[in-house]
Design a binder for this molecule. Sequence first.
Ligand code: HEC
Length: 296
Amino acid sequence: MMRSKTKIAAACGFTLLAAALPVCLAANPAANPVNQGNDDYVEYQNNVDASLADGANPGAFTVDDGKALFLKPRGPKHKDLSTCDFGLGPGVLKGAYAQLPRYFKDTGRVQGLEGRLMTCMTTIQGYPEADIKSKFMMPEYKTSDEGDSSGSDLATLATYIAAQSNGLTFDTQINNPQMEKAYHLGEYMFFHRWGEMDLNCATCHGYNDRTVRGVPLPNLLDTHTAGMVMTAFPAYVIKDGTMRTQWWRNERCVMAMRLPWLKIDSDLDNALTTFMRVQASKSDVKINIPGSKARA
Ligand code: HEC
């Protein structure tokens, strides 16, 4: 469906003159590499998982907490969230996360899990948008030393919904113009060099051998690795002692790139997640929530 010229132009971040083509191809890693795991990262992440003995991931408690919160009547309308539509119809949770982000007709937007939860908290439970921002989607770290283990309702709810797709592979589909646009925007963001440090996501996540502060980085253009990464969020972050979502992970790296705050459920947030989920959808790694991460 995608013409390769459009794709390369998106990867380079501007419309190409034919003469600039070889430069761009050389400057960016391949957008569709062979399916080869980057071994250092895979080994590193397997060790993190193994450090939680016998699959005793404390995030499992959050799945239960999330269920209770999901079924609890709350907000000005005193309603629970059991009629929320995550794309497969009102109240259908099984397999819904596996197909997100997707285009929702009622909001006219491509949305992911956190965004959809926020929509339902507004429309079904009647929370004013300002409340959702201040109470449910606050920046996760409240202090600059990052020694903050406070979670959020949004992460708790997201963990429960995501876990209802456990055992499935991601199947995020580019099957309408809105999804196509989100995918291309995400791809553009991944490869475009931004900010005072002139970084793109691919600088750190487009190669098999990158390491930052002793931690091997995942090559998110490698479909198996993208599968490993995306199927683990929401993840229990050991350093924080709490669950963190996909948006939170994206925002951490956007902040590290010295870019402005990545607004949750913004078109850019959803586009980035769409691009990475499409990579993950090409792998056979199964969703396994809660994942585990050492730090981040
Ligand atoms: C300067 C290097 C750098 C850049 C640029 C960068 N990241 Fe990261 N990224 C990291 C580090 C460091 C981690 C955390 C690794 C750890 O400690 O587990 C990480 C982790 C991640 C993870 C989770 C990986 C996992 O193991 O589950 C995702 C997803 C991610 N980044 C996406 C992005 C996206 C999207 C962008 C561009 C908007 C980006 N990153 C830009 C360094 C970077």
